[in-house]
Design a protein around this ligand. Structure first.
Ligand code: ZN
Length: 191
């Protein structure tokens, strides 16, 4: 199994964040346990992070958030492992070996927009992908649907994701399940 961690950054996760996903801070204890378990079991973690420029095109649609170098752009400490590497959104970046956590930078909703994400996934061709993070109806959606489109086995950890619009989130879970994704809870994940 590999863990796919979407955008668990301060601007999304914390009530004071620039694009706070309401209720996301309640995921933090769940995420802390999941990351501790991943570390203890040597489960690779692929994390996405928004890393925007100050006048990023995305800010036409969304309030400014996750500007590179700001506190809000940082990941919450609960989803950071000691052994980690950061991969910028540039073609031809060398993929680090030996880091348990690889953090993939992006400037849009979709982690697949960083071409290195696909290369990272190919390091684990047969592993099931357990998806956590925010927001269910935006960046998590891009990740889950991209993984399903790529033919990957997907588990969505329902107590470790949060939607901006609850109803949309529930509909998406049903759609993903119909496409073959497994819905699971953080406690069931390792059993
Ligand atoms: Zn963004």
């Amino acid at each position: 199994m590999i863990l796919i961690d979407e955008d668990t950054q301060k601007d999304f996760m914390l009530p004071a964040g620039a694009l706070y996903v309401a209720g996301a801070e309640r995921l933090i204890p769940v995420l802390a346990r999941l990351f501790e378990a991943a570390r203890a079991r040597g489960v690779p973690v692929l994390s996405s992070v928004d890393a925007h420029a100050e006048n990023d095109a995305e800010f036409a649609q969304w309030p400014a958030h996750c500007v590179a170098g700001t506190t809000g752009q940082q990941k919450i400490p609960e989803t950071l492992l000691a052994e980690r590497a950061v991969i910028p959104n540039r073609a031809g970046v060398e993929i680090p070996e030996g880091a348990l956590q690889v953090i993939v930078e992006k400037q849009t909703l979709d982690v697949f927009s960083n071409p290195n994400f696909q290369r990272l996934l190919e390091l684990y061709p047969d592993d099931e992908c357990a998806v956590v993070g925010v927001a269910t109806d935006y960046c998590v959606r891009c990740a889950v649907e991209g993984l399903l489109n790529a033919g990957r086995k997907v588990r969505v950890v329902t107590d470790a994701i949060r939607a901006i619009d609850h109803e949309t989130g529930e509909k998406l879970l049903a759609q993903w399940e119909a496409r073959g994704a497994a819905l699971t809870t953080s406690n069931e994940l390792w059993t």
